[in-house]
Write a new protein. Structure first.
Length: 209
């Protein structure tokens, strides 16, 4: 079973509360999402492997640690996931960025891929799949499936807030994918919105309805 990491850092909690407030406008919402994404990236990357290397400081040669192993790729689920990319890249500017676009088929209600562009070496990278909201889990589960079909199996799902229903869906469909969230909310309402949530992240991010 995958592990769910819920961050309780005071700065993350404070900024998330500001994002939930319906009076927070698109400009502040974007800034807060960017800031929280940066703070989350510290914890999401905590267990990246290190290797010992030799460098020369202005004083002497020394043994020190640097990142080793797989490089990172950030893959936002369009469109709201775009708001998390810059915050993470501020810490890992060498990461490559892919994009996945999904829509829900009106007849089957199943997610359908309409766009997928990944780095050419995505299979060799640690994938951070990012989307602010993990509600039913349908879109995130489908996106993970699309990544796996393309040979990407080192995947971490990074979300702003989640509902238990979405977490359960991911753990059922993809028990190998760990989930990282800034807040775990109570439930989904009859319209599939997270409660208490923050509304539609994409609309609030881009000022649309």
């Amino acid at each position: 079973m995958s592990t769910v990491h819920v961050f309780d850092h005071p700065l993350i909690t404070h900024k998330l509360s500001l994002m939930r407030d319906k009076k927070t406008g698109p400009k502040e919402f974007r800034e807060l999402l960017n800031e929280i994404s940066t703070l989350m990236a510290y914890e999401v990357t905590r267990d990246l492997p290190l290797e010992t290397v030799e460098i020369e400081t202005p004083i002497c040669k020394t043994q020190t640690k640097m990142l080793s192993g797989k490089k990172l790729a950030i893959v936002p689920i369009l469109r709201a996931g775009l708001g998390m990319v810059d915050g993470i890249m501020s810490l890992v500017p060498a990461a490559k960025v892919g994009h996945i676009g999904l829509y829900r088929d009106p007849q089957t209600l199943e997610p359908v891929e309409y766009y997928c562009k990944l780095p050419s070496d995505a299979q060799d990278r640690e994938i951070l799949l990012v989307d602010p909201m993990l509600a039913t889990g349908g879109s995130s589960s489908a996106a993970i499936g699309f990544l796996k079909k393309r040979g990407c199996f080192n995947i971490r799902l990074v979300c702003l807030i989640a509902a238990p229903e979405g977490v359960a869906r991911i753990q059922k469909d993809h028990p190998d994918v760990d989930i990282f969230v800034a807040g775990m909310d109570d439930h989904l309402n009859d319209h599939g919105y997270i409660v208490p949530g923050l509304g539609d992240a994409g609309d609030r991010l881009f000022g649309t309805k």
